[in-house]
Write a protein that binds this ligand. Structure first.
Ligand code: 5CA
Length: 437
């Protein structure tokens, strides 16, 4: 893709109102623009990142057998009156009236809606378990929207909902999600540590938050360093086998990890001092098990083997998809700009044409551009080399292929790795093989 034909507006100035690195970098690298307090438009490079995150989230949800649906953003207030949450939710809920004076709201979450949809169709225990998810925009009228997409008012969430016959089934669903989450975050290039958490307004008895360590995080966290070393992708957990899932869950939850709300000084003291880690974290996911809270309040039942009706047990499972964009940048940047993990980068490589108009340079650049297709961004602007280097570092492409007139004469280019800074002098074919194949 040619930069001269793209909408990738980078900023030289550091925006004054952006307090943390990820917010500044998202504005400067042209990923987002604010359109109202806590509400953002996603520009082409930002949208590519968001789509990449969604893709990985989706793959891991599908892998544990969850099925994708898409529920609307606007919901009827009556649905929330049934569960009792319409009055309980408070000023965070954006309430709207339609032309007929009917009370509506912009969904902050979807427990009520999915429970109703489930209840309309599932009548027998034989149809359980079910796990449904969607990736949809939410609105919460946060008192203090801040840090860009980290605490927005409109934000993109993956929310999944499980329905099981009883406690034992619900625990299996919960553990599957725990596994999917740890794999998802690792594939996104971040270490998210699961911590026992408070259930808050979602209610229920079992809950874990997933936190990425960063000094700008909003929660104080305490955990055993053993959790940082785990490679979840290398573990072979059979999610069809409850025992395998049980062993995995025990592994995850025996090491101490808690947010300040759940912190227990006595248990903390039993963690060896050299493994005690205390810091701040960004919450990128939150999972809950809450028995039959919604099926009961909304009168949803299915028939058991003995013909008697019962309320299925539910869990709900959120991932902050738009927040992750900021959280990944908090974990991966330096003074020059973003350093994208390859799995989410908007472009895998930038090709820097240091002398547009030079026949040999142009020819080599065009070849990379054609071969690389959508994964490559060709900087073909009539700009100084320094401007191109700075923008490529700012935008954080994992690779830079630098094509100048001297090298081009001999069919050679320079390949720079953004993360390590390592530079290699390669033939065009070698560079193609390393980056594009
Ligand atoms: N219904 C449950 C799970 S489906 C739920 O809503 N959980 S939640 O409130 O914890 O939100 C899920 C995730 O959404 C959070 O872990 C966080 O990563 C993200 N999130 C929550 N509020 C915001 C916000 N204001 N801005 C950006 N992301 C947010």
């Amino acid at each position: 893709m040619r930069l001269t034909k793209s909408f990738l507006p980078t900023l030289k100035e550091v925006p004054a109102d952006a307090q943390i690195a990820s917010h500044r970098l998202m504005l400067r690298a042209g990923l987002i623009r604010q359109t109202a307090s806590g509400i953002y438009a996603w520009l082409p490079a930002g949208l590519r990142v968001l789509r990449n995150i969604e893709r990985i989230v989706r793959e891991e949800q599908n892998a544990i057998g969850a099925q994708e649906v898409l529920m609307p953003t606007l919901q009827s207030a009556d649905l929330w009156r049934q569960s009792g949450r319409y009055d309980a939710y408070g000023p965070e809920m954006l309430r709207i009236q339609d032309r007929h004076g009917r009370d509506m709201l912009y969904g902050p979450t979807n427990e009520e809606m999915i429970t109703e949809i489930f209840g309309q169709s599932v009548k027998s225990y034989r149809e359980l378990p079910q796990s449904l998810y969607h990736i949809q925009w939410k609105f919460r009228d946060e008192r203090r929207p801040r840090f860009g997409v980290m605490r927005g008012r409109e934000f993109l969430m993956k929310d999944a909902y499980s329905f099981d016959a009883d406690y034992d089934g619900a625990v299996i669903s919960y553990r599957k999600m725990m596994l999917a989450y740890l794999r998802t975050f690792q594939r996104l290039g971040v270490r998210a540590i699961p911590m026992r958490a408070d259930t808050g307004p979602i209610g229920g008895e079992l809950s874990h938050e997933f936190l990425i360590l960063a000094p700008t995080g909003e929660s104080t966290v305490y955990f055993d360093a053993a959790l940082e070393q785990q490679d979840w992708l290398a573990q072979s957990v059979d999610f069809h086998d409850p025992e395998s899932l049980g062993r995995f869950f025990k592994d995850v939850t025996t090491s101490y990890a808690a947010t300040d709300e759940m912190h227990d000084e006595t248990a903390w003291k039993s963690v060896p001092a050299d493994r005690q880690r205390e810091g701040r974290g960004i919450e990128v996911g939150h999972i809950f098990y809450f028995e039959d809270k919604y099926t009961r309040s909304m009168g949803v039942t299915v028939n058991g083997p003995d013909g008697a009706a019962f309320h299925p047990h539910m869990g709900s499972y959120g991932i902050g998809v738009s927040r992750l964009t900021g959280a990944i940048i908090e974990a991966h940047h330096d003074a020059q700009g973003i350093i994208w993990p390859e799995s989410v980068a908007p472009f895998k490589a930038a090709v820097l044409n240091l002398k547009p108009g030079d026949a040999q340079v142009d020819e080599i650049c065009n070849r990379f551009n054609q071969l690389g297709g959508d994964a490559v961004l060709l900087d073909d602007r009539d700009e100084r080399a320094g401007v191109k280097f700075n923008d490529a570092d700012l935008m954080g492409h994992p690779w830079q292929i630098i094509v100048g007139p001297r090298g081009a004469k001999e069919g050679r280019v320079e390949l720079k790795n953004r993360r390590s800074g390592e530079r290699l002098d390669l033939s065009v074919d070698e560079a193609i093989e390393r980056v594009l194949l």
